[in-house]
Write a protein that binds this ligand. Structure first.
Ligand code: SF4
Length: 76
């Protein structure tokens, strides 16, 4: 799955939402979240983000690893 990290907080640019083929990027109060159950790992959203907040789960920078859980928990 892909994960949305800290740069999205309070920005919520939403460019990624328009390109996701399965509509699995959802706006929350603080940031956008990717539903890990729905994401098909197509990678289309990643270059659309103007602040580089989106990473493949395996490539999330160490300081933002909490966001893997933060995205997943939003959909529980
Ligand atoms: Fe949507 Fe593809 Fe991004 Fe997953 S990787 S959130 S399916 S655009």
């Amino acid at each position: 799955t892909y994960v949305i990290c800290e740069p999205c907080i309070d920005l919520k640019d939403s460019s990624c939402v328009d390109v996701c083929p399965v509509d699995c990027i959802h706006p929350g109060v603080n940031q956008l979240y990717i539903d890990p159950e729905e994401c098909i790992d197509c990678g289309v959203c990643e270059p659309e983000c103007p602040v580089e907040a989106i990473f493949m789960e395996e490539d999330v920078p160490e300081e933002w690893e909490d966001f893997i859980e933060i995205n997943a928990v939003y959909f529980e």
